[in-house]
Design a binder for this molecule. Structure first.
Ligand SMILES: [Zn+2]
Ligand SMILES: [Zn+2]
Length: 934
């Protein structure tokens, strides 16, 4: 019989539930779009969390999907297990079917049974089901689920087994939605037992051996848990199921390790082909092969979801996983980069179901190839240092690598802690990870590292969550949360639902209070997709005259006014306007007029639409490899990061600048459309990283309808015609990371200001030069040349003058204990000239000492030079100059033959020079033969 492929397993799961009224939903990105508490999407339910919390809605009540998941914290030892057995992974797929207040236990259990035994033909007598029975509270057994297992399936009654809260009760968090679950386990037969030699061992569900494996978890969400731990029945009950594709494929393909399925085998075979290993050699290096296969999948998917290698948060996890794979490659004998070959196989295998892999193939391969190369350049150095450290520790009888050492290896050689731990572990060393974390934290604080991944404080989120609950139950906010429409207008007439001061609800606020304001409805844009939040005002609504025309709001001053400087959505459904009271006393419940600063919004819209034009032109001029890697849209400027390996030439930059302006002059219409994500991708719409692959997406099209110039998925605000952008001007281009360039530009008013300012500078420069603006550059160049020639001439003249001065000075030589000394003040323009004069003197006199002083700028400068015969007699120019330098309030240094000093007090220069004979006499006395020994 032909073995079912993993692609068929995935597809048959989706089809089975689609036939039963489920909407097939695409996987959400690995980067959670609106959950700041989560590093990576790690379960199928992440993208539906808002539905379970009662904050969001979908257009469907039944859904089915396969979700890309990533489980690795970047901190704990959870990576250690990957590769050591056949079941642990960093990246995996979770199949799930969902009911949002629709069907419940009966259907979920019946369908699971039908799919497993009817469609996939798993033998019924191998299937076991665990059901919840409360062992801590008073919920009793879940007889509902137990009953449906008996009535809806042909399972052996003794295969339905009961477990308590630890195994069979699911909670989203400490509080919130929760409920019993029912797990489906598969009996792989007595031969699969891994505890045959353990005395008294009995194989069982949730036991310690490998015989029973959990295939599928059916979660029944029916309670809400409050802070006291009390459970309250939910009005709507939900089904949330999860079945790991890798394990399911292993069972259906009859293999005893996930790595033996066709999800991993093509990758392992590809690596084998590169190493030239025999099958036996693969077996003896199986840990390395598994790690590379697992990590290869993880890095391909992470990069395709927009994560770039870096030192913080998600970016660090990618770097660490990639480097770990590279190091295991070393173990297999690779001494050249090889991961792009691995990743190509991943894209070939997974691309058919995950089109984002195929669409970003060049970007993924370039990113991974560059990072691996960079790492390999320093890996050997790092490993050698680690080796030295381990040898030294061994000598000292220490068995733990100090945290500081592990950190230095990471900081200097890019050796991730995980690799240090691996290598140390192989030689029976531990690593002081707390010490490592402390050193890392220390550096972070010193670097004031900005822009990293910050997990929002769970306490704060909880406070906002209960605020939202309270406002909804008090009827101050709509059931679905704040009504938010930043697109159709920039002001709304509404009322104040809540005022927060220092995070606490207050009834009223006074002038200068810093407040957060919640309104039932708002048109303020909340920062997202790189576009910053709106600013504006919330004011008292001016009452309309009874029966008459509306009062003229221009002339009537509102009773109170709040200036909004930021807007945030801390949790879905709750929007807070952050600002300060400027006038009067706003009160909860009062009518309000909330208006976005329109001019500012328009500036932002110009920059946002221009960003799309820039993106499109960069792809046209530089090539399709250009992908957005980051974007910031503010009222003042736009910043666009994109993948491109070389600095842009002057010609390329000029071409980009010109064509964006051409597109502005064409006055293309900007259309906003809504369509399904899939159809958008089919239309060739540029899908950006981190977009939520929800069902319906918003598409911004610029250009004529039949021939769009640019089309992107985007939630931002835009101008309606490109002409409104006015003018676009690039202000800088630079590299920000390997393979990523950054362009900053201005548009509209800011571009106009830039042009006006620079034109002004040019006009003034032209006036100073007595030229027309067009001649400024040539005139400036000519002047520069003239200036250089004049300076050279002056230097010559000064030198001639100094020479003449020197001749006169030579007359002033005195004898100090038989040694010739010249101590004099001269007029020179530089310290160099002073030194040169001392050279002339040494040449002229043959044997002697010279001390010359001058005021250079407005500071005193002194040079002391000693001829070599005197140096060998122990006369040191540095000792000579020291007391003189002190006299002018400074210090000096140099060599025995030539020392120089600077000071602050030019007025004391003559006194200092006058001391030279005495100082020299002392030096001669102490250096004289016999004197030293006396
Ligand atoms: Zn067993
Ligand atoms: Zn956009």
């Amino acid at each position: 019989m032909k073995r079912i492929t993993s692609a068929e397993v995935r597809q048959s799961f989706l089809d089975f539930f689609a036939e039963r009224g489920h909407t097939v939903v695409p996987s959400a990105s690995l980067v959670p779009s609106d959950d700041p508490t989560l590093l990576f999407t790690n379960a199928g339910m992440n993208q539906f969390k808002d539905v379970f919390l009662g904050l969001g809605e979908r257009t469907y009540v039944r859904a089915v999907d396969t979700q890309k998941c990533m489980r690795v914290s970047g901190k704990h030892n959870d990576l250690d297990d990957v590769g050591r057995d056949g079941t642990h992974h960093t990246f995996f797929e979770m199949l799930g079917n969902w009911s949002f207040g629709d069907y419940y236990k009966k259907e979920a259990i019946g369908w699971a049974w039908e799919l497993l035994t009817g469609v996939w033909k798993l033998p019924a007598d191998r299937i076991w089901a665990s059901v919840f029975e409360d062992d801590e509270g008073d919920l009793g057994p879940d007889d509902e689920a137990g009953g449906y297992w008996r009535s809806e399936t042909a399972i052996s009654p003794e295969h339905v087994v009961y477990f308590g809260r630890k195994d069979n009760f699911w909670e989203m968090a400490e509080t919130g939605p929760c409920g019993p679950c029912s797990e489906i386990h598969y009996d792989r037969g007595p031969e699969a037992c891994t505890c045959k030699n353990v005395p008294g061992h009995v194989c069982r569900v949730n036991g310690e051996c490998g015989r029973f494996v959990e295939l599928w978890n059916l979660v029944f969400i029916q309670y809400n848990k409050d802070a006291q731990g009390a459970l309250e029945a939910l009005p709507a009950r939900h089904v949330d199921t999860g079945a790991g594709l890798e394990r399911l494929a292993a069972v259906l393909q009859g293999v005893d390790s996930n790595y033996k399925t066709d999800l991993f085998q093509p990758i392992i075979r590809r690596v084998q082909k590169m190493t030239g290993h025999s099958d036996e050699e693969v077996e003896s290096n199986i840990v390395a092969y598994r790690v590379i296969a697992d990590h290869g999948r993880a890095i391909a998917f992470l990069v395709s979801d927009g994560v770039l290698p870096g030192n913080e948060g998600r970016n660090y996890v990618l770097r660490m996983v990639l480097r770990r794979a590279a190091r295991f490659g070393r173990k297999l004998g690779f001494d050249q980069p090889f991961l792009t070959e691995v990743v190509k196989t991943v894209i070939d295998t997974m691309g058919p179901h995950f089109p984002e892999l195929e669409a970003r193939r060049p970007f993924i391969l370039t990113t991974i190839g560059q990072e691996e190369e960079r790492f390999l350049r320093t890996l050997d150095l790092g490993l050698a240092r680690l080796d030295e450290a381990l040898l030294a520790l061994e000598g000292e009888g220490v068995d733990t690598v100090p945290g500081e050492v592990a950190f230095r290896l990471y900081d200097t050689f890019g050796l991730p802690l995980e690799i240090t731990r691996d290598v140390a572990g192989e030689r029976d060393f531990g690593v002081d990870e707390a010490g490592y974390e402390a050193a890392l934290e220390n550096q972070r604080q010193m670097a004031h590292s900005a822009g990293g991944f910050e997990v929002a404080d769970e306490e704060t989120l909880k406070r906002y969550r209960s605020l939202l609950d309270d406002l909804q139950s008090e009827g101050l906010l709509p059931e679905e949360g704040v009504r938010h429409d930043p697109y159709t207008g920039t002001d709304v007439e509404t009322s104040i639902a809540a005022i927060l001061r220092d995070g606490r609800r207050v009834k009223t606020a006074k002038v200068e209070d810093e407040v957060e304001i919640v309104l039932p409805e708002t048109s303020f844009y909340v920062q997202s997709g790189g576009q910053v939040s709106d600013a504006g005002f919330i004011t008292a609504r001016v009452p309309q005259a009874e029966g008459g025309p509306a009062a003229d709001s221009e002339t009537v001053e509102p009773a109170w006014e709040i200036e909004v400087t930021d807007v945030q959505e801390p949790i879905p459904g709750l929007i807070v306007h952050i600002g300060a009271v400027k006038r009067g006393k706003p009160r909860v419940g009062e009518e309000a007029w909330a208006a976005v600063d329109f001019e500012r919004r328009l500036d932002i819209a110009r920059n946002h639409t221009a960003t799309h034009l820039l993106h499109s032109e960069l792809r046209y001029i530089l090539g399709e490899h250009v992908q957005q890697a980051g974007s910031l849209v503010t009222p003042d400027r736009l910043r666009f990061d994109f993948t491109h390996s070389a600095m842009l030439t002057e010609d390329e930059l000029a071409a980009v600048n010109r064509s964006v302006n051409d597109a502005i002059l064409m006055n293309y219409p900007v259309d906003v459309g809504h369509q399904s994500y899939r159809s958008a991708v089919e239309d060739g719409v540029i899908a950006l990283f981190g977009e939520k692959y929800g069902d319906e997406v918003r598409v911004i099209r610029v250009g004529w309808e039949d021939e769009p110039f640019s089309q992107e998925l985007c939630g931002g605000t835009h101008v309606s015609e490109t002409g409104a952008i006015g003018l676009f001007q690039i202000v800088s281009e630079q590299g920000v990371a390997a393979g990523v360039r950054r362009i900053e530009a201005v548009t509209g008013r800011a571009a106009l200001q830039l042009v006006e300012r620079q034109m002004g500078v040019l006009q003034r420069a032209a006036a100073y030069l007595g030229a027309s603006p067009d001649e400024v550059d040539r005139r400036a160049l000519a002047l520069l040349e003239e200036l250089q020639a004049a300076r050279k001439e002056i230097a010559e003249l000064q030198k001639g003058q100094a020479k003449r001065d020197f001749e006169a000075l030579a007359e002033q030589v005195q004898s100090v204990a038989g040694v010739s000394l010249l101590s004099a003040r001269v007029t020179v323009a530089s310290m160099d000239m002073l030194r040169e004069m001392s050279d002339w003197f040494r040449e002229r006199i043959g044997s002697g000492v010279v001390v010359l002083g001058a005021v250079v700028g407005d500071r005193p400068a002194i040079v002391a030079a000693v001829t070599s015969d005197l140096v060998s007699r122990g006369i040191d120019a540095r000792k000579l100059i020291k007391p003189l330098a002190r006299q002018v309030g400074g210090g000096g240094g140099g060599r025995a033959a030539l020392a120089q000093a600077g000071g602050r007090d030019a007025g004391k220069l003559d006194i200092a020079l006058g001391q030279a004979p005495d100082v020299l006499e002392d030096l001669l006395a102490s250096a004289a033969p016999g004197a030293a020994g006396a």
